[in-house]
Design a protein around this ligand. Sequence first.
Ligand SMILES: *Cc1c(COP(=O)(O)O)cnc(C)c1O
Length: 427
Amino acid sequence: MAYSSHSLFEESKKYIPGGVNSPVRAFGSVGMEPIFIREARGSHIIDVDGRKYIDYVLSWGPMILGHAHPKVTEAIERAVRSGTSYGAPTESELDMARMICSAIPSIEMVRMVSSGTEAAMSAIRLARGFTGREKILKFAGCYHGHADSLLVKAGSGVATLGIPGSPGVPEPLAALTITVPYNDTETFEEAVSIHGDDLACIIVEPVAGNMGVVPPKPGFLEALRAVSRGKGILLIFDEVITGFRFNYGGFRNVAKINPDLTCLGKIIGGGLPVGAFGGRKEIMEMLAPKGPIYQAGTLSGNPVAMAAGIATLNVLHDGAEDYNALNQKTSLLCANFKKLFKEKGIPVCINQVGSMFTIFFTTEDVHDFSSAATGDGDLFSRYFRGMLSRGINIAPSPFEASFVSFAHTEDDIHRTLDACKKTISEL
Ligand SMILES: *Cc1c(COP(=O)(O)O)cnc(C)c1O
């Protein structure tokens, strides 16, 4: 077994901190070592030991069409043959910008970046520059990338590792980030009554995905919109996970609420490193070179990444009605999970929105980070290991969303439920 996950992990730990390039990939909290992936196709991934898994991680969100979709792969191959980066504008960036602006009407102008982190970080800078204010407000358990200002009560990755804040984030900077519980309109309004005149923006995941899936309560997002508008505070929807996940557009299209700025990533990159932020023209035109707020990137709007993203969006656009089928497939899966756990008398709260869901091992109704944190971590770990050993790949953390793709078949769903049944019988 010269290339087993174990030996690769041992070697990787010598050269890469913790053996991984993103902490969420380590299986530490579930008492295991990570599996190293060799290849992926459709709904499946195959590890370096040749074991095949039905994949509900899907690269943490981007692979909504499934892995190695032929149209996306072809588009990438075609683009690569014309060179991989020019550092000059291309027509594909215009195509991508037009597609995003027409799919999400609250985005009048957009700028491409290379990750969701960059998108959120840049949107915050823009909000601060536009309003001339320094404080920002975020919600506990929401993750907006790992920029300094945003790494405060930041959900899954940090929560899984049990890190309270993060060393390396200067205290005076963290002090500018006001944090409020998700779905708690009253505390939110109190916070705004105290800090409102200093707040540049409110940033929120309109459906939270980084403390596990937590939908917004009716009226919550509406309150954010009304209160922010009244105080001249910009409202930022971080749709890095939710963009193009529920429909051909954002959760904004479902909620019918127009944020001032929106962050995108994951799906719009088709599996390549992409992010974007956009919104009202008068705000976006404050960006250099049109305006004074600086933001830049050597690989921003990279032609290969644009090709992958555009191909993905084209498939989604042409098959827009398939979103219903995808959401129904996920509902079927969740309804059956519920039944299986109930039969076994194991209390769970299953939150599902469209094709994303989380099984929380708790008796509580999960509506914010505190209730998400009541989950039984040990039970989750045993569930995770049982599922993995039966060929089902879910995220190695109780604070993560699972994703279903267009490529998941009815057979995949049945196999998953079968694995769940067997796993539960051992818990
Ligand atoms: C993944 C994610 C990010 C960060 O994106 P990266 O591409 O990992 O930098 C930001 N916001 C949300 C809501 C995310 O889920």
